[in-house]
Design a protein around this ligand. Sequence first.
Ligand code: CP
Ligand code: NVA
Length: 313
Amino acid sequence: MKHYLRFSDLDAGEYGYLFERAALIKRKFKAYEKHHALIDRTLAMIFEKASTRTRVSFEAGMYQMGGSVVHLTTGDSQMGRSEPIEDTAKVISRMVDLVLIRTYEQTKIELFAEHSRVPVINGLTNEFHPCQILADIFTYIEHRGSIAGKTVAWVGDGNNMANTWLQASEILGFTVHLSTPGGYEVDQSVAGIRSSESYKVFKHPLQACVGADLVTTDVWTSMGYEAENEARKKAFANWRVDAEMMRLAKPNALFMHCLPAHRGEEVDANVIDGPQSVVWDEAENRMHAQKALMEYLLLGKITDTTDILAVVP
Ligand code: CP
Ligand code: NVA
């Protein structure tokens, strides 16, 4: 049994499979063809933080594959009344086939997974957001081909997204140019990467964008850090992706943002709504990529389209 708690839980070969599978699943979706690979399977989705994309993409995706979902939040379950994570994991995983969790500390999801009988997927923690980077790289490949050897400029907070980009760079062989304000740097040990070979740190955000194939950023204040909002607004004032940064990147560079975005804070409207931005494809691709992920965690690699018919009654 495999969990998907960190980007590094899968290897390059598995990602190659998932990107191809996501492309096939997306083609079928666009052609109104059924892809009922998960009939009678149930996904439990536990949200301790707000969500629009993660919830809709997993919920719609699971229904489209013939399965069903159970949606829980801290407030409407016993988790909000201090039932131990271990007990919750044991109970929920006796009733469903797959669990998605969005929570605070990575240690919480790891503890849940330790006591779960079924695969657990990380739908965002303070430290990581692997499903988002899965979709982002799938989106990059759709637009520009392989990401291997390319340069991704990260402008902004050394947060869950930055950590996950770093994990992905080690596995898929690209370079990350990191520029974060002082005090908000990425911590290599938190990011869980083996070496510093796949990234370079730049003091100035403009320098990080020079020659980049992809420029990406995220909110200045992530969920759970709201008390730091005012201090962050001051510290991040120069870490706004603007037209000048995009001009310094390669002429065919893409812009990505996991969303939700704050125009005029971490990105100017003319960038996120401009011709290099692929943020809407990126958001849609959450669903296609995660359908491939859920199918893989439950059924393993499907090498032939006839195999998929075999699992459909
Ligand atoms: N990008 C992302 O995870 O969005 P939500 O917070 O809306 O799920
Ligand atoms: N870094 C952001 C991502 C939101 C999808 C957060 O954790 O709030």
